[in-house]
Design a protein around this ligand. Structure first.
Ligand code: MLT
Length: 327
């Protein structure tokens, strides 16, 4: 009799759990979602986030508000989400910096592989090596010679240790075996302002932030870091054409939620991301900015988890060999 009572009690509890999960799924989302961008407004991460948030909002029927939390190469914004309520109403859109920061920052406020749920991959953006428009060199080889000859004065902007621009700058300095003066910003949006004004010399930044400026002639482009030239920047050679044979850097982006976010919310967000990445406006806007949406199969929790794990493993030895850490 006692076993029967226990079984009936467990069954009732299970039924309540099922019904509450079903109720949550049926009602989610019922209010505004915050999408944290771990860099200042106006930069490439912000650009990608606002385009995706607008499209996902339509599918979800709820507003997604972008909140910029810049600083420490994206780790402050990631930490904000790691400690946010796991209720499905706070997400993070971040990029390759999620993987490099796991090694660069030895005292991170969160455990990268255990503090988040995974929604899916968004896009993989090429980078460009750009400079203020009056910098003398006319090609990448000339820029390399210039950087070597002026290593104590040439300034390279980035968005802080752990940012994609920091990673690309680190790889560039390693490729030319020349340390340069780096100038950190809270994002490459504000860094671009100083590049346009001539207050900083060089930057390695994503096409989502540089394409329009290059096309408008307001900054000088020396190379793209993609395997082949880009349709939107046909006159900009690849780094390989310019003599940096293995210099290929792609900045993948993903959407995360705090660990413990209900699976119904994660699945709904992933489905909405997949819809957004097929939105013809997203496809067109991404193409104008030199990138493309991730394939549908990659806009999934499993694909993002696998990507983050493999990228942490890829960059850990590279960063440890360079011996440059943030803390
Ligand atoms: C980066 O360098 O990681 C990004 O370009 C920063 C940003 O999106 O502002």
């Amino acid at each position: 009799m006692k076993i029967l009572k226990t079984m009936l009690g467990l069954g009732a509890a299970f039924a309540v759990t099922l019904s509450s999960a079903a109720a949550f799924a049926a009602g989610y989302p019922e209010r505004t979602i915050t999408m944290v961008v771990p860099f200042a407004a106006g930069g490439p991460t912000d650009t990608v986030a606002r385009l995706v948030a607008e499209s996902m909002s339509k599918d979800l029927g709820q507003q997604i508000v972008v909140e910029n939390v810049g600083g420490a190469g994206g780790t402050l914004g990631a930490g904000r989400v790691a400690s946010a309520p796991a209720d499905g109403y706070t997400v993070l859109l971040h990029h390759i910096g999620m993987s490099t920061s796991a090694t660069l920052y030895r005292k991170l406020a969160y455990d990268t592989l255990n503090a988040f749920e995974y929604v899916g991959l968004v896009t993989d953006v090429p980078m460009t090596i750009v400079a203020r428009k009056d910098l003398e060199p006319t090609d990448l080889k000339g820029l390399i010679d210039y950087m070597k000859a002026n290593k104590d004065t040439v300034t390279v902007a980035n968005a802080g240790i752990g940012a994609a621009s920091h990673l690309c700058g680190m790889l560039l300095m390693s490729a030319i075996d020349t340390p340069l003066v780096t100038v950190p910003y809270k994002g490459t949006g504000p860094a671009m302002t100083d590049l346009l004004g001539g207050q900083v010399d060089i930057m390695c930044d994503q096409t989502t932030n540089t394409t329009k400026q290059i096309q408008g002639g307001t900054i000088k482009a020396y190379a793209v870091t993609s395997p082949a030239r880009l349709d939107v920047l046909p006159d900009v050679p690849t780094a390989a054409e310019g003599g940096l044979a293995d210099f290929q850097v792609g900045i993948w982006h993903g959407i995360y939620a705090p660990k413990g976010t209900p699976s119904e919310a994660v699945e709904r967000l992933s489905k909405s991301l997949q819809v957004a990445l097929k939105d013809e406006n997203i496809v067109a806007r991404f193409a104008e900015l030199g990138t493309a949406p991730s394939p549908e199969a990659d806009a999934t929790p499993a694909a993002l988890k696998a990507k983050l794990e493999s990228e942490i493993a890829r960059w850990k030895p590279v960063i440890e060999a360079a011996g440059q850490f943030a803390d």
